[in-house]
Design a protein around this ligand. Structure first.
Ligand code: SPQ
Length: 421
């Protein structure tokens, strides 16, 4: 795909629903006693994989166009799937399903696409096995022999919401209390949703406690726009000349807003307004204007708050004066692709002064770059980040495969080019 270069961008957009919240709304709705209506659900390929897996376990899910209706079977109402559960490209579906399936009275097999089959599942299967789970393999296909579980006191070794959530979900079925200690605070959508549904769950700083739960009360969910999708427009609006973009209805859960903190630290002109709470999640509108950016340092507790935004933040750093250092981001190596290697290799093609490090990258920004023939590695976030990088490159650029944006943002290029003025 040829990337069209825009002169300036102006206007208002609404990004699709939050991917993490959409997954959780379907999963927890399926386990609730009764009906859950989900508004603003993300119809991206990953969330459609989640729907498909639960339908295969006997859960009725109706797509009404503007909303989704999940007819929950209750915590003990899932049925043994007759076929392998296929999770596509979705790490969230794969890992969270492990937590749910570990305590069921049936066996199930899970697998996904080529990228999923390379992503480590041991980070989830190991703590689950401490709870008594019986799971074959550390890479997909996983064979889960459902069994009785017991609570554990577990100190996490990685900052990961997927690992935390898998243990929490298994904890709903486990005898006794399950206690999880996080290294850094990761996204807490599961805890918020389960709390609202009456689960036995309590959060104290970095510690989450879950007790065996008999019943989840259905709660209608309004999914806010995904800040990980808004991130592309936050960076675009800041780097393009004579530009201003308003992004409506974006989730601003503090476990997700690292992108705003970092872009502001780099000098971006961003305002966040109309702050409100929708469906238990903080939500707001935001506006971003052409900005003069400078380099920054990103690491530590900030990383889980912006992990998925690092490729596009790297693009912002290319157009910022001075040096940007990203550290403590080794988790990027096990995403849809190795996002450290992919960013470094692709940005180098455009002449960016960028160096790969063990846990991140160093970018010397503010220099002229040129267009290139970019590879997306089938990674949605790489495709969208490269489309933004190419905007200020001299000459044309192409993407080898842009269709992967459908994983989290179907219609991305329509919204993107719709802002051209
Ligand atoms: O679902 P998947 O494929 O893992 O998606 C990604 C993404 O870029 O969309 C990561 F590749 O987001 C993860 C995120 O990185 C979604 C997620 C969640 O919903 O719980 C948590 C993060 O992963 P992790 O491993 O840090 O918990």
């Amino acid at each position: 795909m040829l990337i069209h270069k825009m002169k300036r961008v102006q206007g208002e957009i609404t990004v699709p629903g939050d991917k993490s919240i959409s997954h959780r709304a379907v999963m927890l709705g399926a386990l609730a006693d009764g009906i859950t209506h989900i508004n603003g659900f993300l119809r991206g390929a990953d969330c459609l994989s989640t729907i498909d897996c639960f339908r295969k376990m006997g859960v009725r899910i109706d797509d009404n166009g503007d909303s989704l209706t999940v007819h929950g079977n209750g915590l003990h109402g899932l049925r043994a799937p007759k076929v392998t559960l296929y999770t596509g490209n979705s790490g969230t579906t794969t890992r969270l399903l492990c937590g749910i399936l570990a305590g069921q009275p049936f066996d199930a097999e899970i697998t996904g696409d080529a990228s999923i089959c390379k992503r480590p599942m041991g980070r989830v299967t190991k703590p689950l096995s401490l709870m008594g789970a019986d799971i074959e393999n550390e890479y997909c296909p996983l064979i889960i022999h459902g069994t009785k579980l017991h609570g554990i006191d577990y100190s996490m070794t990685v900052a990961s919401a997927q690992v935390k959530t898998a243990i929490i979900l298994a904890g709903l079925y486990a005898e006794g209390e399950t206690v999880i200690h996080e290294i850094e605070k990761s996204r807490d959508h599961t805890e918020l949703m389960l709390g609202a549904m009456g689960a036995d769950i309590a959060v104290d700083g970095l510690t989450v406690r879950v007790g065996k739960t008999d019943r989840l009360a259905p709660q209608d969910v309004t999914v806010p726009g995904d800040i990980s999708s808004a991130a592309f427009f936050i960076v675009l609006g800041a780097i393009m000349p004579d530009s201003e973009i308003t992004i409506k209805n974006v989730g601003i859960n503090p476990t997700r807003t690292g992108i705003i903190d970092v872009m502001k630290a780099m000098g971006a002109d961003i305002s966040v307004f109309n702050e409100r709470t929708e469906g238990g999640e903080p939500t707001a509108d935001m506006a971003v204007r052409t900005s003069s950016l400078h380099g920054t340092e990103i690491g530590g507790a900030l990383i889980p708050r912006l992990i998925d935004e690092l490729p596009v933040i790297a693009a912002a750093a290319v157009f910022a004066n001075g040096k940007t250092v990203i550290r403590d981001a080794q988790e990027l190596k096990i995403k849809e692709t190795n996002r450290i290697r992919a960013v470094v290799d692709e940005f180098k093609k455009a002449g960016v002064d960028i160096t790969e490090t063990d846990d991140g990258m160093i970018i010397n920004g503010g220099r002229t770059i040129h267009g290139a023939e970019f590879s997306t590695y089938g990674d949605h976030r790489m495709a969208m980040s490269l489309a933004i990088l190419a905007q200020l490159a001299e000459g044309g650029s192409t993407l080898d495969d842009a269709s992967c944006v459908d994983v989290s943002y179907p219609g991305f290029f329509d919204d993107f080019y719709g802002l051209e003025k």
